[in-house]
Ligand binder design. Structure first.
Ligand code: M6R
Length: 365
């Protein structure tokens, strides 16, 4: 039930401190500086032999997988390829027997994802899933998997499933990393950072008022660009998808630096850009991408670290989020983008929980 919330989507956005805690409960092992998963069904030897992971999914789950690519690379140094399930299904990529196919799906019923998994199984690959719906088709058909424990997600726009998927991917990357080069000190640091996350998200939700002000200013936009780099590039894609699906405003996500290779031609006074620009390794680079947009008269909304004067000097509007290590920024920055899509959709008079033309789970290929 929605309880005090007017929509399931808003309720699910606000549940994220708890759903993230649920995703981590009982899975973090500080003594051994690693993570544990009950249902992976992979022996230690099999685990060490994995030399490639192919992640497959659709929609928001695909965006989570893209974050997973960065996580697995950083923590485990395992090569990852991410492919839309509907494309993987009809491709025949060369994969050896140490390649694991990992599906990500909230519902566990998405036809494209199920078909891609079945095809991978047919070819003899080990298949795993990160899934929310317990006992769903995909959960039943894979060799092993990890549940999100996020509770039912009713809003058609996926919110809490995304952040939990990223948290589970971070734990899996930690687990894989610890069978390889990741030191116990590094492992312990990651565990402490993950454990702090539910409180960080509680704090992040305080940006809601800032988001409302921004939404009121830009709700009549016809096009919106979402820009980020590295870990935040997939979040830019996800922010754009959220806006498209519930407010019917055209939006595109891009790696911020790719703008100058063509899409910057779209920029004018009526096309706002949402920049993901918290402090981190690529901060200066993203700042200069932001200046390029400003120089062409495009309004800039920045999702930034608290009290960042450098950002405030360039952006028209700033939404502040707490500082976290870069690999957790996808989870934290997703929150204001979910809220922004929600608030704009409300102002546009759209049915946020049941957007037109969409179903919660897409059971046709
Ligand atoms: O249940 P799944 O995670 O497999 O669903 C995949 C997509 O259909 C889903 O994420 C869709 O893109 C959402 N409506 C996005 O908010």
């Amino acid at each position: 039930e929605k309880g005090a919330f007017p929509h399931f989507m808003l309720k699910e956005i606000y549940e994220q401190p708890e759903t993230l805690a649920n995703a981590m409960r009982g899975r973090l092992d500080s003594d051994n500086a690693t993570a544990h998963f009950g249902g992976l069904n992979l022996g230690a030897q099999q685990l060490r032999q994995i030399d490639r992971v192919v992640m497959t999914a659709c929609g928001t789950s695909y965006h989570a997988a893209l974050v997973g690519e960065y996580l697995f690379e950083e923590f485990a140094r395992v090569p990852v390829e991410v492919e839309y399930a509907s494309e993987l299904r009809y491709r025949n990529p060369p994969m050896d027997r140490n390649t694991v196919v990992l599906a990500l799906t909230q519902s566990g019923e998405t036809a494209d994802t199920l078909a891609a998994l079945r095809e991978s199984k047919r070819m003899g690959h080990t298949t795993l899933a990160i899934c929310n719906a317990v006992g769903s088709s995909i959960a039943r058909e894979t060799d092993g998997g990890v549940y999100l424990h996020a509770g039912p997600e009713i809003g058609v726009a996926s919110t809490k499933a995304f952040t939990s998927q990223v948290a589970v991917l971070a734990m899996l990357a930690l687990y894989l990393g610890r069978t390889r080069h990741l030191s116990s000190t590094q492992g312990q640091r990651i565990i402490a950072e993950l454990q702090a996350l539910p409180d960080v998200i509680r704090k992040t939700l305080e940006c809601h008022d800032q988001v409302k002000r921004v939404a009121a200013k830009y709700a009549d936009a016809k096009n919106v660009l979402y820009l980020g780099r590295q870990y935040l590039y997939p979040v830019a894609l996800e922010g754009a998808l959220k806006l498209k699906e519930i407010s019917y405003i055209h939006a595109e996500g891009y790696p911020a630096a790719e703008m100058k290779h063509g899409p910057i031609a779209l920029v004018d006074e009526s096309t706002p850009s949402v920049f993901l620009v918290p402090r981190g390794n690529v901060f200066d680079k993203v700042m200069s991408n932001m200046q390029e947009i400003k120089a062409r008269g495009g309004p800039v909304i920045a999702i930034a670290s608290p009290g960042d004067h450098e950002v405030a000097a360039v952006a028209d509007d700033v939404i502040e989020i707490p500082d976290v290590p870069e690999y957790l920024q996808p989870i934290v920055t997703a929150i204001p983008l979910q809220l922004l899509a929600y608030e704009i959709a409300l102002l546009c008079g759209c049915d946020v929980d049941k957007p037109r033309n969409l179903a919660k789970s897409v059971t046709v290929e």
